[in-house]
Design a protein around this ligand. Structure first.
Ligand code: GLN
Length: 418
């Protein structure tokens, strides 16, 4: 069977509008014209299709594949979180929360960060609850990046980063990281820093590779940014999912970095509630003031009852302190179950993900291979080329182990038959 390239599976605009405005009363329907096709906007993101997670999710559902693709748990959250949230609804907390977030939740976040990373963020001015970590990233980039600015990103990276930057009229300056270590080439980065460099986007633990930043990365960041006005936007949604006893190098741990950092985090990843869309941002007051200007008009505020529920469950730190062990067992289970397969597994030091090379099995492109796996073997994964803007293909697939053990075993069983 012929497989379509993944990027061709997505919706693309059919006809450019080219910015030509029509008078609203002008007759626009021509003989044979389809009315629904009469206005096609000039795209702000002409090279963007539907995100890979939606494309693969749909294909997986169509073929009833075991889903190891999206970084979304298929197991329930703590019942008391549901109970606390339901109670907040029953108590009538169903209207807008404060714009910056429920104060009790901001305090709980500030307390956690102070205990774990030693930095004291002021809940009044330096902590904002956002409607997902994605909104936190979007509000931060929109608030702080101007047209013509340069933003450094490291690929492979989450597929939303570059479009968010391009929407500001800014330039993406990307560095390609390569398997198996995905180490950042700091000397090359230093050579590309210019007066227009406004921001460096970081993500540790890293999606998709599972790599984490180390001491030498922190030292390089301090060296490169000292005396500049570069902002560090640090996507730390997997902060509690670092394996083998390693330290999570939050930007908030290092005063020289924290003073220029926006840390973005996710309750969804931490409490198995990715559908609730609640995250948070931490930043020095001057940066946060600008971020809130965008947040207030994009979302105004995050969901109220969820914030009540989260403020209650945050009082029990074992929920997030136990997360590394919880996911390490899942990583190890998947590694064990794949021991007999012909995949070559790359090490995962954190996150929900592990990469695997299929070189011994097939010479297909990663997009084709992923489609073959879904259609013929009923197991869904993500092609790593989707995380490179130019589709660089290292013949790697990403496996998500944020799944219950039965799903991990069943998925591995299919992959072992290859
Ligand atoms: N962050 C998750 C992943 O990488 C899900 C993202 C999404 O579906 N938007 O799989």
């Amino acid at each position: 069977m012929h497989n379509m390239p993944i990027n061709r599976l997505s919706h693309k605009p059919r006809r450019p509008f080219n910015g030509v405005k029509r008078h609203p009363m002008a007759q626009t329907q021509q003989p044979g014209d389809d009315m629904t096709d009469s206005i096609t906007p000039r795209s702000k993101l002409p090279n963007v299709g539907t995100t890979i997670f939606t494309v693969i999710g749909q294909l997986a559902a169509e073929h009833r594949a075991i889903n190891l693709s999206q970084g979304a748990p298929n197991f329930p959250c703590a019942p008391e979180l549901i109970e606390h949230t339901h109670q907040a609804m029953r108590d009538g907390h169903n209207q807008y929360s404060p714009m910056a977030g429920l104060y009790a939740l901001r305090e709980a976040v500030a307390g956690k960060v102070a205990t774990l990373y030693g930095h004291h963020y002021d809940p009044e001015h330096e902590v904002t609850i956002t409607a997902s970590a994605s909104e936190g990233l979007f509000a931060s980039i929109t608030a702080l990046v101007h047209p013509g600015d340069e933003v450094i990103v490291f690929e492979p990276c989450f597929d939303s980063y570059a479009p968010m930057i391009e929407l500001q009229g800014a330039k993406v300056v990307s560095f390609k990281l390569a398997p198996p270590t995905f180490a950042i080439p700091w000397d090359e980065v230093a050579a590309r820093i210019t007066p227009r460099t406004r921001m460096i986007l970081l993500n540790s633990p890293h999606n998709p590779s599972g790599a984490v930043l180390g001491d030498e990365d922190i030292a390089a960041l301090k060296r490169l940014t000292a005396g500049t006005d570069i902002v560090l936007l640090s996507d730390e949604v997997y902060e509690h999912v670092v394996f083998d006893g390693a330290l999570h190098h939050s930007m908030s741990r290092y005063p020289e970095l924290a003073e220029r950092a926006v840390v973005v985090a996710s309750f969804g990843k931490t409490f198995h509630i990715t559908g609730w869309r609640v995250g948070y941002c931490l930043a020095p007051a001057a940066l946060m003031e600008e971020i809130r200007k965008v947040h207030q008009f994009a979302m105004f505020a995050a969901d109220t009852p969820m914030q009540y529920g989260l403020a209650r469950i945050m009082q029990t730190p074992s929920h997030y302190l136990g997360l590394a062990d919880f996911y390490q067992q899942k990583r190890d289970l998947l590694v064990d179950c794949l021991a007999g397969s012909r995949l070559t597994l790359l090490p995962s030091a954190g996150s929900f993900f592990m990469l695997a090379s299929y070189e011994k099995i097939s010479d297909q492109s990663d997009s084709d291979f992923v489609q073959t796996l879904i259609r013929e073997h009923q197991v869904a994964t993500i092609p790593v080329s989707a995380f490179y803007s130019d589709g660089t293909d290292h013949r790697l697939i990403r496996l998500s182990f944020a799944k219950d053990d039965a799903t991990l075993r069943a998925g591995a069983e299919s992959l072992c038959r290859l």
